[in-house]
Design a protein around this ligand. Structure first.
Ligand SMILES: Nc1ncnc2c1ncn2[C@@H]1O[C@H](COP(=O)(O)OP(=O)(O)OP(=O)(O)O)[C@@H](O)[C@H]1O
Length: 746
């Protein structure tokens, strides 16, 4: 069935859908105005009502400006994308574009608020900016990018920050609030230094403000400008998504059919037959499975999932609850497709998820290339990166020589005291060299990509690199962490699509409350499951991570009790690890320490906007001490907190090799022998913020292999049914302890 146009709907058009979009939608309330956009953002940065007077003022301005500037916006699907009927192609893409707009507004508003904070302490405590930086060195990287090394004067440590490798940033003159700065991406991060990749070199003539003396750092500062780095809205990604969506609206042929399936207009086919006629038979799956020469040791349901995916003509879904080998299974699907002569694009929303997939693929597929900045790739996988492969190419020596020449030019420009004109000549020469480097690199890059059986990338695809190439198969892992809009760049290149994920784990980060309300956090995967039901997916059910008691709560609450712990993990405890003492802490899988009544109230981080809880932090520090005393190594322990301020507090209190302390978002896809979870929220009103999203707790609670300890205030948490159930579960498992009992045991 072809896509229906806005004016000429087909005979099958759903009459329950609105017929036209006019201002009467406005009167019916189906519209969104730009408003106070951002909600909680990891750090607790909010655009809405804040506690401090300063924050209240900032949000009020944002709201007034927005309200007066923007025309009303029409929302095709005010309650999110429906799953009980086909979506209209234009309405669907209009909705996705609106999400993106709202999100961009929210990001811009957040950045504007942040850039208004001029006090160093205040701005850095948000974790979104680093100020007072010197440019201490620079190099050139692949595609003629400039790599700029920035550091604080005198080798000071950088403050705790959220500028991760891969984060888009703006580099600007610290002393000049009007400087719009240049865009870049963080490419390397150390305790005392941060490197960003930019397309433009910060020309000193662009700024004239002298802001401090050259640093006495081990590398002296280049120039006399102090810089500031801010996390920035990711406009490039947004534009790429919009272009892909515009193209998808009018796709015909294979691409058009796949789009119609994903919009629920047409039915997906398996083994040549549409699901609307009937689901793929178990016999067909068994037959397919019998023909596969599996490359990995997979269990029965995993093998079935591989066969099922290979039978899909349009789209198939693999639902992988925590630890059930979703990525392992997906890697096998890819290996089998390659064996059949197919070319595959393997994607995920985050770099970590792409690397997890690549880690498994490298053993199975002869030639796999990882696209993306090497600094964003796990170190042990760097050889697979495009940069790594290009480096190995014999012609790369010529490029190296040209790069040296380019760097020399830049240094001459910096040192030149012949004035603006001479500097300009050096920069022009640098530009010419950059052009030569680029064209030579382009031909090497093309060769490397053409040879690859599998290309791995995040779903934010470098269009320039991949051109208009299509792939026989596209797989998207951790699909529920991606917005629908974020997937179309990949989908457009697909003949067939396999998506894997778990809608009961973290949704994508969406700053805009308005966008979230109209469905931006809902995943394509879940929508398809609801639209087509069981025949479109396979769920993996045997998990290889958690002790059965750690698994059971999650299994019952999120997966209809369907998870089974493999025998290898079912009863494993910390005390089973060689050289670990048997103590009450190591000899049981669960513990809830209830701080109710102890006065361990949450508080705002000084000068910050994120929450922490000193009392809970003390309990956690004590638990770590007990674990270490019992023989547990630092790298076997994880501490997870929902708020960045609690993470910062605990990092400052605990200095143990290998110990990982992070937010829930930083932990998806990872696992540890023991996980200590500090819930932070403790207030008389029972407000739990982020924790209200149960998926966050599901992720946090399922990272533990042998022991899960939760520390929280039952009086606050249990106002909410989910946490009342959590507490009941711990009680039923004899794993409840009041903090008073705990203190008495210490
Ligand atoms: N059939 C199997 N036999 C033994 N171990 C397995 C099997 N399948 C997966 N595993 C192991 O289980 C662990 C989890 O696998 P994997 O990372 O693929 O799962 P996942 O579902 O992607 O996990 P997550 O919860 O992070 O999404 C890995 O250590 C993997 O090696």
């Amino acid at each position: 069935m072809s896509a229906r146009t806005r004016k000429g709907r087909s005979a099958t058009a759903d009459t329950s859908q609105p017929k036209k979009r006019t201002q009467d939608r406005t009167s019916s309330g189906h519209e969104v105005r730009l408003g106070q956009a951002a909600d909680s953002f990891g750090d607790g940065i909010t655009a809405g009502s804040g506690k401090s007077a300063k924050r209240k003022k900032a949000s009020k301005h944002a709201k007034l400006a927005d309200a007066s500037d923007s025309p009303p916006r029409v929302v095709p699907y005010p309650h999110g994308l429906p799953t009980d009927r086909p979506l209209d192609v234009n309405d669907y893409f209009d909705q996705l574009a609106l999400w993106l707009d709202l999100e961009a507004d929210a990001e811009r508003a957040r950045l504007a608020r942040l850039r208004q904070i001029r006090s160093e302490r205040d701005v850095e405590s948000t974790g979104q900016a680093i100020v007072g930086l010197d440019l201490i060195d620079y190099h050139t990287g692949l595609a003629g990018r400039y790599l700029l090394d920035l550091a604080k004067p005198a080798g000071q440590q950088l403050p705790m920050n959220r500028l991760k490798v891969g984060s888009p940033v703006v580099l600007s003159n610290d002393a000049d609030p009007s400087d719009e700065g240049i865009a870049g991406v963080v490419s390397l991060r150390k305790n005392d230094q941060i490197q960003i990749a930019t397309e433009v070199f910060p020309d000193p003539d662009a700024h004239h403000v002298k802001t401090g003396k050259a640093s006495k750092h081990r590398n002296s500062s280049i120039g006399d400008i102090r810089y500031r780095l801010d996390l920035s809205p990711d406009e490039t990604t947004r534009k790429r998504q919009l272009v892909a969506m515009a193209k998808a609206r009018t796709e015909r042929g294979r691409g058009g059919r796949l789009r119609d399936v994903l919009l629920g207009i047409d039915s997906p086919r398996f083994d040549g037959r549409k699901l609307s006629v009937g689901p793929v038979s178990e016999d067909a799956i068994a037959e397919e499975r019998a023909e596969i020469r599996f490359r990995t040791e997979l269990n029965g349901p995993q093998q079935d999932a591989v066969a099922f995916a290979l039978l899909a003509d349009d789209v198939a879904i693999i639902h992988g609850p925590p630890g059930t080998g979703k990525t392992t299974t997906l890697a096998e699907v890819i290996a089998q497709a390659v064996e059949r002569g197919e070319r595959v694009l393997a994607c995920a929303a985050s770099n970590t998820a792409v690397d997890n997939l690549l880690e498994r693929l490298q053993r199975l597929v002869p030639y796999v290339v990882r696209v993306g900045h090497p600094a964003r790739v796990f170190e042990h996988l760097r050889d697979y990166t495009l940069d790594g492969q290009v480096e190995k190419d014999p012609s790369s020596q010529v490029i190296k020589d040209l790069r040296q020449e380019l760097e020399q030019c830049l240094r001459m420009a910096q040192r030149s005291n012949g004035g603006r004109r001479e500097r300009g000549e050096w920069f022009a020469q640098a530009g010419r060299l950059r052009g030569q480097i680029r064209s030579l690199e382009k031909s090497i890059v093309r060769g490397v990509l053409d040879r690859a059986d599998v290309i791995c990338t995040t779903t934010t695809i470098d269009e320039e690199l991949l051109g208009d190439e299509r792939f026989d198969l596209i797989v998207i892992d951790e699909a529920c962490q991606s917005t629908e809009g974020g997937m179309w760049q990949a989908i457009l290149r697909a003949d067939r699509l396999i998506i894997a994920g778990d809608h009961c784990q973290l949704p994508p980060t969406v700053l805009s409350d308005e966008a979230a309300k109209i469905g931006m956090r809902d995943s394509l995967m879940q929508r398809l499951v609801q639209r087509f039901g069981e025949p479109v997916y396979r769920r993996l059910t045997v998990q290889y991570r958690m002790h059965e008691s750690i698994m059971r709560f999650s299994s019952d609450h999120f997966y209809e009790g369907s998870l089974v712990a493999d025998a290898s993990v079912r009863g494993h405890l910390l005390s089973d690890i060689p050289d670990v003492d048997r103590t009450p802490l190591t000899d049981t899988p669960l513990l809830f320490i209830d701080t109710a009544g102890a006065g361990h109230e949450e508080q705002l981080e000084p000068d910050g906007q994120s929450k922490m809880n000193l009392g809970e932090a003390n309990v956690i520090v004590d638990l770590v001490r007990q674990l270490v005393d019992a023989g547990i190594e630092g790298d076997e322990i994880a501490i997870i907190a929902p708020y960045a301020a609690q993470v910062r507090l605990l990092r400052s209190r605990l200095d143990l090799d290998g110990l990982q302390i992070d937010t829930v978002d930083g932990f998806q896809g990872r696992e540890k022998e023991v996980v200590l979870l500090t819930m932070v929220r403790s207030n008389p009103e029972g407000i739990i913020g982020f924790l209200a999203d149960r998926r966050r707790s599901n992720v946090a609670m399922t990272r533990a292999k042998r022991k899960l300890v939760m520390v929280g205030d039952s009086a606050t948490l249990c106002i909410h049914d989910f946490y009342a159930d959590v507490l009941k579960y711990f009680e039923e498992n004899n794993a409840y302890q009041s903090v008073f009992e705990h203190d008495a045991c210490v």
